[in-house]
Ligand binder design. Structure first.
Ligand SMILES: [Zn+2]
Length: 134
C-alpha cells in the first residue's frame, strides 16, 4: 500500500516522503518499516549527514487491498437476538451475508463468510451472457 512518512532532519523543518511498498499491508507494518528505515539511516550516517527523526506515518492508499462489500438491508423489520437488535445485510455484488447490530457501521459477517478472504468483496462472478438461439 501507499503511505507517507513525516521525517525531520536534525536542524531542519519536517518534510514528507511517500512510499509504495507491496509488503506493507497495514498501518502497524508501515510504522515498523519506517522505524527500521530511519534507524538504518541513522546507523549508517555519512560525513555531513544528520540523523533523522520519524514524526508520523499515514496510510494514503489501501492499494490492492480490495473493495468493500455493497451491503444492503434485507429485512423490513429490525430483528433481535441475544446480542441486541440487528438488520440482516447482504452484499449486492457477491451475495455475502451478515448482520448489522444497532446503529453500528460495521457488519458482522455470517459464519459462512467469516474467512479472511471475505474481508473484501470478491465482486460479482461475471456470468457469460447466454447465446441467442440462431
Ligand atoms: Zn461483496
Amino acid at each position: 500500500m501507499k503511505f507517507q512518512i513525516e521525517i525531520q532532519i536534525e536542524g531542519k523543518p519536517p518534510h514528507v516522503e511517500i512510499y509504495d511498498k507491496h509488503e506493507v499491508q497495514s498501518h502497524a507494518r508501515a510504522v515498523k518499516w519506517a522505524q527500521e528505515t530511519v534507524a538504518m539511516f541513522n546507523a549508517t550516517l555519512r560525513h555531513g549527514e544528520r540523523p533523522r527523526t520519524l514524526l508520523s506515518v499515514t496510510i494514503i492508499d489501501e492499494g490492492a487491498a480490495g473493495l468493500p462489500h455493497t451491503w444492503q438491508k434485507q429485512n423490513l423489520v429490525t430483528q433481535s437476538d441475544g446480542h441486541g437488535v440487528f438488520d440482516i445485510m447482504k452484499c449486492a455484488e457477491c451475495g455475502a451475508t451478515g448482520r448489522r447490530y444497532g446503529l453500528s457501521e460495521s457488519i458482522t459477517r455470517s459464519q459462512a463468510y467469516r474467512a479472511k478472504k471475505w474481508n473484501n468483496c470478491p465482486g460479482s462472478k461475471q456470468q457469460p451472457a447466454p447465446k441467442e438461439a440462431p
